[in-house]
Ligand binder design. Structure first.
Ligand SMILES: *[C@@H]1O[C@H](CO)[C@@H](O)[C@H](O)[C@H]1NC(C)=O
Ligand SMILES: *[C@@H]1O[C@H](CO)[C@@H](O)[C@H](O)[C@H]1NC(C)=O
Ligand SMILES: *[C@@H]1O[C@H](CO)[C@@H](O)[C@H](O)[C@H]1NC(C)=O
Length: 644
C-alpha cells in the first residue's frame, strides 16, 4: 500500500505539471489531403543568383550596370596591374548584353597580368568536381599579336588550384567563345577563392581585349545545363514539396512597369537575357528563367504556382483599365509558353524549340502579388485580367492576391493567396484561422508565412530591431500549430509555403530564412525540419479527432495513408503535455515518434548548424496509448495500421 501510494503521489505530481487531454480519433475521414499541401515560395531575394542558381560568378555579364562606374566592376578585381573597366561596347556580344569588360595590359609589367572574379562571397573549390568555364572575347583592334590566355581557379593568396591555357590571336576583331573544363588538383578549405584570367604581361604589353558573358558552373542538380546548385536543390527536394510558387513575390512587380519580370526576357541563350534591376535594387541575371523554373518543378515533382504581372509596379504605378491589353496578352503568352500547343501557338512553339514540346503541368496562376498594396486599382485589374485569362484558359484556376473578400472582386475569386508574418504566439493563437471560413467553393493558398519576431510591434522591422536572424524552435513550433490548422482545413487550404525560402548568410534581403547557405554549405533551420516532417508524413486522408482548445498551447491532428496512421503534435507551451489517444481501429503495438525539440530561442546557425535536429524514437502504441509531448516541441507519430 505504502509503495503504491508513493507511486500515485509521484504520478499526481507529474500530472500537476503536465497538462493531459484525451484525444478520440474518428474512424471515417472527413476529406482527402491535397498532394499540393506543403510547398515552396521562391523569389530572387539574393537567393536565385548566388543561391539556387548554379552560376558561380557574380556580375558575370555586366548586365544593367552603368559603364565606367566602380559598381560596374562589382566582384571583379585586377591581378598584377591589369587595367579593367566596364565599357558600353560599340560591337556588343549581343543586343541584350551591351556592356563588355575592357582589359588592357599596361607597359612595363611582367608575369601573369589579368583580372579575377570573387564569386558570390566566395567560390567553393572541390577537387571532385569538373567546372565548366566559358566567356566571349574580341580584340577591338586587329594586329599580328598572338599569345595565350590562362584561366582557372585560385586561392585569395594567388595559389593556382585549377587552370587551362587557350591560344588567342588578334587577327580578327570579331567575338569568339572559349569553353574549358577545369578540374582542381586539390580542394580548398577556404571559400575565398577566385576565378581568374591572365596573359603574360611582357609579351601582351599594350594589348586591349574585350570580354563578355563569363560563366563558371560546378556540376548541377540532375546534371541540367544552366541548372541548380546541387546542395541547395537537394535540400529543397528533401522536403518533397508539392508546389513551387514563382517568380515572386514583389520581385515579379518591378519598381516601375518597365522593370517588371517578363517571361520572354528569361529564355534561350544567356546572350539573349538582358537581366533586370530587381525590386530590391540589385540586379537579377535572369539566368534562372522561366524554363529553368519549370524544369526544376519537373525534376522535383512540384506543381508550379506561376504568377503573371497584374498591372501594378511596387513603386506605385497602376496601369489604367483601358491600357491593360498588352500586359494581358503578355500574360496569355506566358501561360501558353507553359501549356500551349506548339502546332498552333507561337509561345508554345518557342517552348518546343527549347526542347520541351509537351506542356508542363499547370493548374494555378496567380494574378499579381500582394495586391492589397494597391487594392483600389486591383478591382479593375483583377476583373480585366481574369475575364480575359479565364475565357482563354477555362480549366485554370486564378489566384487573387488582395485581402480575402476585401475589396469584393468580380468575378469572385476561386482562390486567394493569404500571407502572414507574425510572432510564434500569434501562429499558435490562430491555428483555427481557417475553421471559420465559409465552405463556398473558395480555395486558399497560404503563399507566405513565417514566425519572424517575438515582438508584435516589430513584425515589419529590420533584423536590427526585432526580426529574427534565423528561425527559432518556438517560432517553428508556432508555425507547426498553424500548419496543423491548415491540415485540418485542407478541404479548402490546398497549398502553403513558408517564406522567405533561401538566404545567403552574409547577403540576404530578409530573415529568417527556411534554408540558409553560404558559397559552400547549406544550413537547415528548425522550420525546415518542421516543413519536412509535415510534408514527408502528409497522409492522404484527414481523420477528425477531439479538437484542441482554441486558446490552448497544444495542437494536434490525425491523418492516414495506405499503411500508416499519422499524428502531428505541436506543443508551443513551456511544459510537457500528455495526450491519451483513443483510436478507432487496431494499429501496431509500436510506433515511431519523430521529435523536434529544444530551447525556445535556439536556432540552427552557421556556427551551430545542428543545434536542433529531428530524432526518431520507438514508442508504445495500440488502440489506446499516451504520448508526452515535451515543452516547445513538434512531433510526428507514425504507426502501421492493421487490416480492418
Ligand atoms: C561552348 O559551349 C556552348 C554551350 O554548350 C556552345 O553553345 C558553344 O558552341 C561552345 N563554343 C565553343 C567555341 O566550343
Ligand atoms: C518581351 O515581350 C514584350 C512584349 O510582350 C516586348 O515588349 C519585349 O521587348 C520582349 N522582351 C524581350 C527581351 O524579348
Ligand atoms: C479557453 O477557453 C475555454 C472555453 O471558452 C475557457 O473555459 C477557458 O477558461 C479558456 N482558457 C484560457 C486559458 O483562457
Amino acid at each position: 500500500m505504502f509503495r503504491l501510494g508513493f507511486l500515485l503521489a509521484i504520478t499526481s505530481l507529474n500530472v500537476w505539471h503536465c497538462w493531459t487531454q484525451t484525444v478520440t480519433v474518428s474512424s471515417s475521414a472527413s476529406h482527402a489531403i491535397p498532394s499540393t499541401l506543403w510547398g515552396l515560395m521562391f523569389e530572387d531575394i539574393s537567393s536565385g543568383d548566388g543561391g539556387l542558381y548554379g552560376e558561380l560568378l557574380q556580375n558575370r555579364a555586366f548586365q544593367q550596370v552603368v559603364p565606367g562606374t566602380p559598381d560596374a566592376l562589382n566582384s571583379w578585381s585586377s591581378i598584377n596591374g591589369g587595367a579593367i573597366s566596364v565599357v558600353s561596347d560599340n560591337v556588343p556580344v549581343s543586343s541584350a548584353l551591351p556592356n563588355s569588360l575592357r582589359f588592357n595590359v599596361p607597359n612595363g609589367l611582367s608575369g601573369p597580368v589579368g583580372f579575377a572574379n570573387s564569386g558570390f562571397f566566395g567560390i567553393k573549390v572541390d577537387s571532385s568536381w569538373t567546372y565548366k568555364a566559358s566567356f566571349h572575347f574580341r580584340f577591338p583592334t586587329r594586329s599580328s599579336f598572338r599569345g595565350n590566355l590562362v584561366l582557372g581557379l585560385r586561392s585569395s593568396s594567388g595559389e593556382t588550384l585549377a587552370s587551362a591555357t587557350v591560344p588567342i590571336s588578334a587577327s580578327s576583331t570579331s567575338w569568339r567563345q572559349v569553353n574549358v573544363s577545369l578540374r582542381p588538383s586539390s580542394s580548398a578549405s577556404s571559400l575565398s577563392n577566385q576565378f581568374f584570367v591572365t596573359v603574360d604581361g611582357n609579351s601582351a604589353r599594350g594589348q586591349t581585349i574585350n570580354f563578355a558573358m563569363f560563366s563558371l558552373f560546378p556540376p548541377t542538380f540532375k546534371n541540367r545545363p544552366n541548372g541548380m546548385r546541387i546542395d541547395i536543390a537537394t535540400a529543397l527536394a528533401g522536403m518533397k514539396p508539392g508546389v513551387f510558387r514563382f517568380p515572386g513575390g514583389n520581385n515579379l512587380e518591378g519598381q516601375t512597369p518597365a522593370s517588371r519580370w517578363q517571361w520572354n526576357a528569361t529564355l534561350g541563350s544567356l546572350l539573349d537575357r538582358p537581366g533586370r534591376i530587381g525590386d530590391w535594387s540589385y540586379i537579377n541575371t535572369d539566368g534562372l528563367g522561366l524554363l529553368e523554373f519549370l524544369t526544376f518543378c519537373e525534376d522535383t515533382g512540384m506543381e508550379p504556382i506561376m504568377a503573371v504581372w497584374s498591372g501594378f509596379a511596387l513603386g506605385g504605378t497602376s496601369i489604367a483599365q483601358d491600357q491593360l491589353q498588352p500586359f494581358i496578352q503578355q500574360a496569355i503568352d506566358q501561360i501558353d509558353f507553359v501549356i500551349g500547343d506548339p502546332r498552333t501557338n507561337a509561345a508554345a512553339a518557342r517552348r518546343a524549340a527549347l526542347g520541351h514540346p509537351s506542356p508542363f503541368k499547370l493548374n494555378f496562376v496567380e494574378i499579381g502579388n500582394e495586391d492589397f498594396f494597391a487594392a483600389d486599382t486591383y478591382t479593375h485589374r483583377w476583373t480585366t485580367f481574369v475575364d480575359a485569362l479565364q475565357s482563354t484558359f477555362p480549366h485554370l484556376k486564378f489566384i487573387a492576391t488582395s485581402n480575402i473578400n476585401d475589396p469584393i472582386l468580380t468575378p469572385k475569386p476561386q482562390v486567394y493567396d493569404h500571407h502572414v508574418y507574425q510572432t510564434p504566439t500569434f501562429f499558435a493563437q490562430n491555428s483555427f484561422f481557417y475553421d471559420d471560413m465559409a465552405r463556398d467553393g473558395t480555395l486558399y493558398f497560404e503563399g507566405e508565412y513565417a514566425a519572424i519576431s517575438t515582438n508584435p510591434n516589430d513584425i515589419f522591422g529590420t533584423p536590427a530591431d526585432g526580426r529574427l536572424p534565423f528561425p527559432t524552435m518556438q517560432g517553428s513550433a508556432g508555425e507547426a500549430a498553424y500548419m496543423i490548422g491548415m491540415e485540418r482545413n485542407s478541404d479548402i487550404v490546398f497549398a502553403a509555403a513558408y517564406a522567405p525560402l533561401l538566404g545567403h548568410v552574409s547577403n540576404s534581403q530578409w530573415t529568417p530564412n527556411l534554408v540558409g547557405f553560404d558559397s559552400g554549405q547549406v544550413f537547415k533551420s528548425t522550420s525546415y525540419y518542421v516543413q519536412q516532417l509535415f510534408s514527408l508524413n502528409k497522409g492522404t486522408e484527414y481523420l477528425p479527432s477531439t479538437l484542441p482548445p482554441r486558446n490552448g498551447t497544444v495542437f494536434w491532428g490525425v491523418t492516414r495513408d495506405r499503411t500508416n496512421l499519422i499524428i502531428k503534435i505541436s506543443n508551443t507551451g513551456s511544459s510537457s503535455a500528455t495526450l491519451n489517444f483513443v483510436l478507432p481501429f487496431n494499429v501496431a503495438s509500436t510506433g515511431i515518434a519523430h521529435l523536434l525539440t529544444g530551447e525556445a530561442t535556439t536556432s540552427n546557425t552557421p556556427t551551430s548548424p545542428k543545434a536542433i535536429q529531428p530524432s526518431s524514437h520507438f514508442i508504445r502504441t495500440g488502440r489506446r496509448f499516451s504520448y508526452a509531448a515535451p515543452a516547445v516541441s513538434v512531433t510526428v507519430i507514425t504507426i502501421v495500421r492493421e487490416p480492418e
